[in-house]
Structure formats: C-alpha cells, structure tokens
Design a protein around this ligand. Structure first.
Ligand SMILES: Nc1ncnc2c1ncn2[C@@H]1O[C@H](COP(=O)(O)OP(=O)(O)OP(=O)(O)O)[C@@H](O)[C@H]1O
Ligand SMILES: [Mg+2]
Length: 440
C-alpha cells in the first residue's frame, strides 16, 4: 500500500499527467546515466549506470556517503555537467538537445552551501531569474515579496539586507525562495539545509514539506542524512561509493525491506522506529470512546457506551471538549458525572501526531489509550499501543525480524488492554456500533 502513496496523496504516473496541479510539475527520468571525469587516473566512475524515474509532483531524495556522486547527478540534470553515457529526459524529452540556458530557466537550483551573491541584496538575489526573464520591476518586486513570505521571511525586514547580515537558516530560506522565483516545474536542491543546526533544520524541513503540499513541484533533493531522506522523500535513492544505485524505493519500503547489507547499515538499526515516523495517528481508524457528558447522570454515559459497560468514561463538556477520565465502576447510575472526581484527559493525540510520538506518549501513560482529538479538542476516538503495533505490521507482511518486535505493551502483553476502555477486543481499529461521538 505504501508503495503507491506519496506522502499520503496517491499519485500514479497517469494522474500525474492529468491533475491540474501536477501539470506544473515535470517528470524526470535517468536512463543508464554514467559520468567519468577525464582526469581520474584510477578510471573510477563518479556515477555508474544510474536509472531513476521521478513522477511529476514527487520528491526524490538522493542519499549516500560523501563522494558517491549525488551532486554530479543533480548537475547532469541541469546540464552543468554532461553525462559520459546514458540519457536524461524531462517530461519524456531528452535534455541533451536543449539549449542549456533555456533548460535551466525551468529548473530551480539550490546549490550546496547556499551560494547567495554576497554583494547583492536579498531582493536582488531572489529576483535573479525573473530579471533574466525580463520581468518588469514592479512584477519582480511583487514576486520577491510573495516568495519571502512563502519561505517565512518578513519582506520589510529582509529585502534590502545583504546575505552576511542573515543567519544561516535565513540564508537557506533565501536560497529556496530564489530557486522558486520563476515557478519552475522542477527543483534541484543540493543539501539545502546542510549548513544549519538540527533545530533550524527540522523547522526548514517542516516548512519545505508544507510548501511542497501547496506547490506540488517535482523535487530532486540531495542529502547525506538518512533521517532527512526518510522525512522529505516520496522516493529515496540510496547511492554508494562509485556512483552506483543501492536501492530506489519509497521510505517505508526502504525501512521494511532494505535491499542489501549496505542499505540496512545505512538506514540504521532503529528502522522499526523510523517507520513509525512515516505514519500519522490520523491514518488509523480509532476505536470508539465511551463518553459521558459532565453533569449528566453516569448511567446515561454507560447506556451510550453500550453493553461493554467499560470501567472508565471520558467526560466531555457541553461543547464536546474532553475534560477528564472518570472511573465509573461502583458509581450508581443516577450519580452526576463529576469533573472534580475525574483524572486529566491524557494522553491527547492529534491526527497529525506521528505514530512514533504517539507511541512514546502512550508508553509514558502506562497503558492508558490515547485520546485522538480534532483541532477544537473534541475526541474522535481512542488509539492504543496495540493498534500502533498492528499498523506497523500491516505496512509489510515479510519485514525483517527487527521490524516485528512488539514494543512493551504490544499484542503479547495483555496488561496493555486489560483496562482499556472502548471496543478494542476482537474488534481492533473499528468503532463499536451505536456509540455516538460528539459532533458526528
Ligand atoms: N569536476 C570534477 N572533476 C573530477 N572529479 C570530480 C569532479 N566533480 C566531482 N568529482 C568526483 O566525483 C565523485 C562524486 O562527486 P560528487 O560531488 O558528485 O559527490 P557527492 O555525493 O555530492 O559528495 P558530497 O556528499 O561530499 O557532496 C567524487 O569522487 C569527486 O571527487
Ligand atoms: Mg555534493
């Protein structure tokens, strides 16, 4: 299933050609592409017989150790370097016959080390391509301001400054803005976030993902960081020394089925956990929540929860917001559900929480199921450690042994489900019939 899903949006070669958004993105194909630099005495190839196909609108990450040919590969796509063999096609047409300057106008390029012009202002740096394209000044200025806002910079503060006056993270953003200036269908990004600290890098990654959801460009993205590759890529090409392709697959498949020992070592021993970072709580079907409205008789909540008569009820206020867990065992039906007697409604999970974060919250909560809430804090259902473990296993039936280890509290651990409210038993992942949820 994950094989055909690009970051949650299904995208096949056919809809890539027909959806209006994807028309602004290009397909890229490398066929048996090789590069030998003439002056290498050992005759070693920088890139060796590389085959890749990147559908329109997809982000393909090239990852591998230093010197494995990542930059060389990118620079062959915009003809800064000519291949020694094979061919490269954009939207099905070979690029070898095209005028390199005209070709590059349709390709945004973020180079390794950002590469802003130090003696030009930020505005001048960003409008390089629009200037080449002969856009009038007013349109250029409008575009520059729009782009700076898009990458999270305040035009009023940054337009007239020089690169040296910006932080590393701000310079990286300007580099991205410059690459997007002429709205190219293809972006080449060579370690775009390589020069910033991990916290800034995580924020820039998140913003590029958001931007990409909006723009839907085709992106070739180079990194030597496997975590970045897994986070950013719809497809990941793992390269190794000598410019050969070790594996080309969506991140989930790379983690579930590394093609060789080299790839397995490269993705690391914690690949089961890494796979959890690829999935989000919203992809699970939550189990139903036994609800009671605060102030209403406990019996009304019990009746709503149905025959299971769970020990705990989740109290909601009149607006449907989760306000507490009430242990209802032994409470008479006519007793009002009292928030003061309830435990805090934790742990709370959002649909966009990654399964990895959800798992650690659940393990911290000692077996209590997570309450999935919508943006307004209204419960949508419950998620257990067991449901997360099951989700990990249904990605792939024949994963290696380390991906099958259940975390503590998994299916082999009955303590995880003993006290779980909701209808998980024998009915994992499906809401119990007849149990209403607020707002629907
Ligand atoms: N202009 C050149 N002339 C000769 N050899 C080159 C040239 N450019 C790159 N190489 C060699 O080709 C190989 C691949 O280099 P490339 O820059 O593509 O690696 P990379 O994967 O981008 O590495 P890094 O992660 O360090 O940026 C290296 O062995 C490099 O020394
Ligand atoms: Mg490089």
């Amino acid at each position: 299933m994950a094989e055909n899903t690009l970051r949650g949006r299904a995208l096949s070669a056919t809809d890539a050609g027909t959806s209006p958004r994807a028309r602004r993105a290009a397909t890229v194909a490398l066929e048996h592409v090789s590069k030998r630099f003439g002056d290498r005495a050992d005759g070693q190839l920088a890139v060796d017989d590389l085959d890749l196909f990147v559908p329109a609108g997809a982000t393909c990450v090239l990852v591998g150790p230093s010197g494995c040919g990542k930059t060389t590969t990118l620079r062959m796509v915009n003809r800064l370097i000519e291949p020694s063999g094979g061919r490269i096609l954009i939207d099905g047409a070979p690029i070898a016959g095209r005028d390199p300057t005209e070709l590059r106008r349709g390709i945004g390029y973020v180079i390794q080390q950002v590469g802003l012009f130090p003696h030009q202002t930020i505005a001048e740096n960003v409008e390089v391509v629009p200037r080449l394209l002969g856009w009038p000044a007013a349109r250029r200025r409008e575009r520059v301001e729009e782009l700076l806002r898009l990458v999270g910079l305040d035009p009023a503060r940054h337009l007239r400054r020089y690169p040296a006056e910006l932080s590393g993270g701000e310079r990286q953003r300007v580099g991205v803005a410059r690459a997007l200036a002429a709205d190219p269908p293809l972006l080449l990004m060579d370690e775009p976030f390589g020069a910033v600290d991990p916290i800034v890098r995580a924020r820039l990654q998140e913003e590029l993902l958001r931007l990409q959801r909006e723009l839907g460009k085709t992106i070739l993205f180079v990194t030597h960081d496997i975590d970045e590759a897994i986070r950013m890529g719809d497809l990941v090409a793992v390269m190794r020394q000598g410019g050969t392709l070790a594996q080309f697959a969506p991140p989930a498949e790379l983690l579930a089925r590394p093609a060789s020992d080299f790839v397995a070592r490269f993705v690391g021993t914690d690949r089961a956990l890494k796979r959890l970072t690829l999935r989000r709580v919203g992809e699970l079907t939550p189990a139903s929540v036994p609800l009671a409205v605060a102030g209403e008789p406990v019996g009304a909540g019990r009746a709503r929860a149905g025959s299971g008569a769970p020990g705990r009820l989740l109290l909601v206020d009149r607006e449907g917001h989760a306000v507490g867990w009430l242990d209802a065992r032994g409470l008479p039906d006519d007793r009002p559900a009292d928030v003061a007697a309830a435990q805090p409604p934790t742990p709370l999970l959002q649909p966009e929480t990654t399964l990895r974060d959800a798992l650690s919250l659940l393990l911290d909560a000692a077996g209590s199921p997570g309450i999935v809430v919508d943006g307004a804090g209204r419960p949508m259902g419950l998620v257990t450690v067991e449901a997360i473990t099951a989700a990990l296993q249904d990605v792939d039936g024949d994963a290696g042994p380390d991906t099958r280890q259940a975390p503590p509290g998994g299916p082999s651990d009955p303590s995880a489900r003993r006290d779980a409210p909701g209808a998980m038993d024998g009915d994992r992942g499906r809401p119990a019939a007849g149990t209403p949820l607020p707002g629907g």
